[in-house]
Design a protein around this ligand. Structure first.
Ligand code: GFB
Length: 313
């Protein structure tokens, strides 16, 4: 299939977030009209407001990058927010999109939908084959419901060419650098940067440093999403990863190199490690023709350059 984006009206839900912002940047060269609606205009947890807005706006396609997101601590501290808000946002947007006859929809999940002890690298068909990682099961359940709802619309109705993509751990411009709620990569960028400024001899990591994670720059994700929007039609969700995994300790060493500051690594064992390993199998995406992830070091350099701009601003 090939879905021509030229001339289409595409709503990027969640355009102020890291992923939504990256998708808006990427769509700029596609000849489409990008529609956005900030929080001040539209509360995505308000079912009636979303429905009214959608029926008035009538986009041709939607990229659903809006979500309540956060790192391992935020997920554990706010289980209701992560489960309820994500369910509300997903169901409101999909229900309204159906009412407004939206033909093309790209839902974004997360690699944490897979069982804690899934085979590695994790193929798409591992979904619902085992228990979830407890530190993010609330978020995972909401995202699994979103994938299923997308599949349900495809199954029950004509002209609902709705698809889902599962991004791995993301980072890049527009990331959250709040140490309590952020993911590991932005947290360590900030910690090394502040250690460099103050001359601190050590940087503290959460957990043991041994968990393995895969990272993808948000602009690479956006490129893969636009590729899928144009080229993919199917019931199954599609993994979007870089295919490269590193331990949290190795990530810290990479960040130390990019920031240009050597510090002793200390480990706070009172903080959780989370899932021991989370590498997705992105063979399907690669076989479809997208395999353009930049190296972790190049991506971290870009993220750090954006972080420095924030500091100056
Ligand atoms: O990125 P992160 O918060 O989330 O943590 P997950 C990844 C690993 O880095 C864990 C360790 O083993 C953390 O203990 N870590 C070390 C740190 N130092 C730090 C630090 O300063 N801050 C943070 N945040 N972590 C998330 C899920 O899981 O992945 C979400 O909670 C989502 O739901 C996301 O799925 C992609 O990779 O463990």
């Amino acid at each position: 299939m090939s879905y021509n984006l030229s001339g289409k009206r595409i709503w990027v839900a969640g355009h102020r977030g890291m992923v939504g912002g990256a998708v808006v940047r990427r769509l700029a060269s596609e000849g489409c009209e990008v529609i956005t609606a900030g929080r001040d205009v539209l509360d995505l947890t308000d079912q009636h407001a979303v429905r009214d807005w959608m029926l008035k706006t009538k986009p041709d396609a939607i990229v659903m990058a809006a979500a309540k997101v956060g790192g391992i601590k935020a997920n554990s501290d706010y289980p209701v927010d992560f489960l309820l808000q994500n369910l509300q946002i997903e169901t409101n947007i999909m229900d309204a999109a159906h009412q407004a006859d939206v033909e093309r929809f790209l839902f974004l999940g997360s690699s944490c939908i897979y069982p804690k002890l899934a085979p590695q690298p994790i193929p798409e068909d591992s979904l619902l084959t085992g228990p979830l990682e407890p530190t993010n099961e609330w978020y995972a359940i909401a995202k699994i419901a979103g994938i299923k709802l997308c599949q349900a619309y495809r199954t029950q109705y004509e002209n609902r060419d709705w698809i889902s993509a599962m991004p791995t751990n993301l980072y890049g411009p527009g990331d959250n650098y709040d140490l309590n709620s952020s993911h590991v990569l932005p947290a360590l960028l900030r910690k090394f940067h502040e250690a460099k400024k103050s001359g601190a001899p050590s940087v503290e990591l959460w957990g043991s440093g041994t968990p393995l994670r895969e990272f993808l720059h948000c602009d690479d994700l956006a490129d893969s999403l636009v590729f899928l929007l144009k080229e993919y039609s199917g019931y199954e969700h599609v993994n979007c990863g870089s295919g490269v995994e590193v331990s949290i300790r190795e990530l810290a060493e990479t960040i130390a190199r990019v920031v240009g500051y050597e510090a002793e690594l200390t480990f706070d064992a009172t903080k959780p490690d989370g899932t021991p390993r989370k590498l997705m199998d992105s063979t399907r995406l690669h076989e479809m023709g997208w395999n353009k992830a930049r190296s972790l070091e190049d991506g971290v350099k870009d993220a750090y350059a954006h972080f420095l701009k924030l500091e100056i601003a």
